[in-house]
Each structure stands twice: as structure tokens, then as C-alpha cells.
Write a protein that binds this ligand. Structure first.
Ligand SMILES: *Cc1c(COP(=O)(O)O)cnc(C)c1O
Length: 422
């Protein structure tokens, strides 16, 4: 029996309605930008396996570093103990983060990094004797699937069963350049009328909202205003971190840096689940006390796992290498050229790019295509591409090491789709 068949017996996949989508493709190995399936088919990984494998799958340097670490120290309690990979990682990461970030708190995935950020922001005020109980977030944001993270995400039918249990959140539209002042007024009114603890946002690109992009100067104004009112700012860089926007972090495109940052996904280069919530020294100081209860009593068993830390450390050194930076520049230019080629196509409503992320909104009547997303997904699979369109948006966020030929293959298939299929 194939993996696909055996899979159906006991496995329950994420974000999947199994009655409508019973099939899973068996992937046996991966290299660079390519996934290899059990039936011999190959797929170009156009989304870097949910933005994790930024430097390519099974990169030999990362594999070597992880193998060395596995043989030395596998796992150790991170309360009261420490180890070389986490200490080296802290130094390397602080070195590339915005210069106001100074402390790192570890957890296991993007959602938990957001939970930690939310708890940090609530307890920060609590420890200072202020009870602030409202958070501000962007409409259509996505911050994960645990309760706090769901609460600050945009409202969606998927979260319907849980809405009654959410924490208090006020939502504002993203600044698009034209509405910047209106959004700022809305934010100010919310801050004036509520006890606001923090403002959480995906900086510059909202991944799950189909790679919606917003105005950096508009976001800067919002952060500046929050700072004036003692409202903490949380940049969820789980998707945008580690080179996606052309800089190491999206927050580095801003003048006002966030107080707290969430990282996961490409943090470990796709090798292991791990997440970090970083913060300023000022936030850390609000927890630093002779009173035990003022500490941040949050912890995950696998916090700062040495193997995951070694993968992250190797990933950061690849990110900083001239070779990887040249790859990032090459992919950015390549998308820009492709955009010139197709942006005026009648089947395209609009296109947008931020760093290596490129998105196309199709101008098609959804009804005419029944389930458009499935049609697009299947078209790409049949053509050797693993892409996951969001609604009528097709986007590319491939590993930086994707070759020019592989990029051209993605472009040609998109063009073929526009000319012949839609
Ligand atoms: C993926 C994602 C998350 C959630 O991360 P998980 O590891 O899937 O829990 C949170 N925020 C953003 C911006 C993300 O893209």
C-alpha cells in the first residue's frame, strides 16, 4: 500500500476537511526547492513549505550542524540549565534583530510565540499596577490557532465555534497609504476609550490574508502613537522574518521598532519546530523583581531544544552569507521582471510584491469556476508545482535557493493558466 493509502487510516491533517479532500501526496525526500513524491513525481516547493525552508530543503550546511548537535546534546531542561547552541543563537539573533530587542523567550511554534507576546504585554502592565485588558489588531490578520492567537486574528468562519471564549480585541483596518489618517484616528479613539495593553500586527505583509501588503509609513505612525500612550507594540514576524521582505526582518523597514517580536517558521530553516518571542530590556525589567510572582511563569517542555537551536544558528549564518543575500536579490529582481511581463494581463486584477513574496489577484468570477482554489491547486500539482493559492490569489514565496530555471517554470505555468485555463 502507498503512503497515501496508509495515511487515511489514522491521520487527521491540519486545515483539512477530510470528506472533501481525502488525498494526501506522499513525499519521501526533498532537496533545495524540490519535493520528491513516492510515485516518482517532483514538485517545486513554491511556498517553501509554509515559509519555513527559506534556504532550501536539507541544506548540507544545516544538516551537518544538526547532525553534530544530535550526537552531543539532544534535549535538556531549560529552566535552571543552559547550553552552547542556545547561547550562541541568542548572540547571533540579537545581532540581526532591530537594535531595541534585547531578551529572547523560547516556545515551540508561531502560535505559542504569539501567546507569549500577549501574556508578556498583559503582565507588563499588571506588574506595574495597571490593569489593561484590551488588545488592538488588524482586520484580516492571522496570528495562529491557539486561543489568544485566534482572538487577535481576523474574524473567520473557521473560528466561529470559539468566538465566545476570545479575549477582548478591537480591530482596525490596515493603512494603505490613502486611509493612513483615518486608521490612526480609529486607533487613537480605541486607545482613549479602552484600557489598551498592546497592538499586535503582521508587519508589511499579511500572509494568510492572501499576502495583503500595507504601507510602512502608515504602520510607523500607528506604532509611534502606541508608544506615546504606553501601549506595547507586537510585530508578528512569524512569516515575514529571516529575509522574506528583502531585509532580515520586516520591522527593519520601519523607523519605530516594535517592543515585542514573534519569530518561528524560517527561524529553524524548516528543520525543527521552535519559536522565539523577543522583547526590549524595558519589558524584561518589568518582570525582574524579588517577587517570584512578577516573573513570566510560562514554559514549554521543549523550550530552546538544543537541536532546534543548532538548526536556527546554522540558518542565521546562511542568511547572512553573501551567497544567500545574492539569491534573495536575484529572486526579487526575477519577480520584478515577471511582473512587467504579466501585470497588464486581462485576467489579473492586481499584482504586488514585497521582497521575495510575489502575489497575483486573479480577476475572475469565482462562481464560474466552482471551487476555484481546488482547480488552481490541482492545475499546479499536475504541472509539478506545489503552490497553495488563497481564494483567487496566487502567490510565490519560494526557498531563496530556487534556480532561475525553476522560477521560469513557475512563471510559465502561471502564464499558461491565465491564457488557456481561466
Ligand atoms: C503561521 C503563522 C502563525 C502561526 O504559526 P504556527 O507555527 O502555525 O502556529 C502566526 N503568525 C503568522 C504571521 C503566521 O504566518
Amino acid at each position: 500500500m502507498s503512503l497515501s493509502e496508509r495515511d487515511k487510516k489514522h491521520l487527521w491533517h491540519p486545515l483539512t476537511q477530510h470528506k472533501l479532500h481525502p488525498e494526501s501526496i506522499g513525499i519521501t525526500h526533498a532537496k533545495g526547492a524540490v519535493l520528491y513524491a513516492e510515485d516518482g513525481k517532483e514538485y517545486i516547493d513554491g511556498i517553501a513549505s509554509w515559509y519555513t525552508s527559506a534556504y532550501g530543503h536539507c541544506h548540507p550546511y544545516i544538516v551537518k550542524k544538526v547532525q553534530e548537535q544530535v550526537a552531543k546534546l539532544d534535549q535538556v531542561v531549560f529552566a535552571g540549565l543552559t547550553h552552547p547552541p542556545v547561547v550562541e543563537l541568542s548572540e547571533a539573533l540579537i545581532n540581526i534583530l532591530p537594535d531595541n530587542q534585547n531578551k529572547l523567550f523560547f516556545s515551540d511554534n508561531g502560535s505559542t510565540s504569539v501567546e507569549v507576546a500577549i501574556k508578556m504585554s498583559l503582565q507588563y502592565h499588571f506588574n506595574r499596577g495597571e490593569k489593561r485588558n484590551v488588545l488592538i489588531a488588524f482586520e484580516e490578520g492571522f496570528h495562529g490557532d491557539t486561543f489568544g492567537a485566534m482572538s487577535v486574528s481576523g474574524l473567520s468562519v473557521y473560528n466561529g465555534p470559539f468566538e465566545d471564549f476570545f479575549i477582548s480585541v478591537e480591530r482596525i483596518p490596515v493603512p494603505n497609504g490613502e486611509n493612513n489618517n483615518e486608521v490612526l484616528e480609529k486607533l487613537t479613539a480605541i486607545i482613549t476609550n479602552n484600557e489598551v495593553a498592546s497592538f499586535i500586527f503582521e508587519p508589511l505583509v499579511q500572509g494568510a490574508a492572501a499576502m495583503k501588503m500595507h504601507d510602512a509609513s502608515g504602520l510607523d505612525m500607528l506604532i509611534e502613537t502606541c508608544k506615546k500612550h504606553g501601549v506595547l507594540t507586537i510585530a508578528d514576524e512569524v512569516m515575514t522574518g529571516f529575509g522574506k521582505t528583502g531585509k532580515h526582518f520586516a520591522s527593519l523597514h520601519l523607523h519605530h521598532y516594535p517592543d515585542i517580536m514573534c519569530m518561528s517558521k524560517a527561524l529553524t530553516a524548516g528543520m525543527a519546530p521552535m519559536a522565539i518571542t523577543s522583547c526590549t530590556e524595558e519589558i524584561y525589567q518589568a518582570f525582574y523583581s524579588n517577587e517570584i510572582g512578577k516573573g513570566l511563569f510560562h514554559g514549554h517542555t521543549y523550550s530552546a531544544n538544543p537541536i532546534a537551536c543548532s538548526a536556527a544558528l546554522a540558518g542565521i549564518s546562511l542568511l547572512q552569507s553573501e551567497e544567500m543575500q545574492a539569491n534573495i536579490k536575484r529572486v526579487i529582481k526575477s519577480h520584478q521582471k515577471f511582473n512587467e511581463r504579466i501585470k497588464n494581463h486581462p485576467k489579473i486584477a492586481r499584482t504586488r510584491q514585497c521582497g521575495i513574496i510575489y502575489a497575483i489577484d486573479l480577476d475572475v468570477e469565482m462562481e464560474r469556476y466552482g471551487n476555484l482554489r481546488d482547480k488552481l491547486l490541482n492545475f499546479f500539482l499536475e504541472n509539478g508545482l506545489f503552490m497553495r493559492p488563497l481564494g483567487s490569489t496566487i502567490y510565490i514565496s519560494a526557498p531563496y535557493v530556487i534556480s532561475d530555471e525553476q522560477l521560469e517554470k513557475i512563471y510559465e505555468k502561471i502564464e499558461f493558466l491565465l491564457q488557456k485555463i481561466l
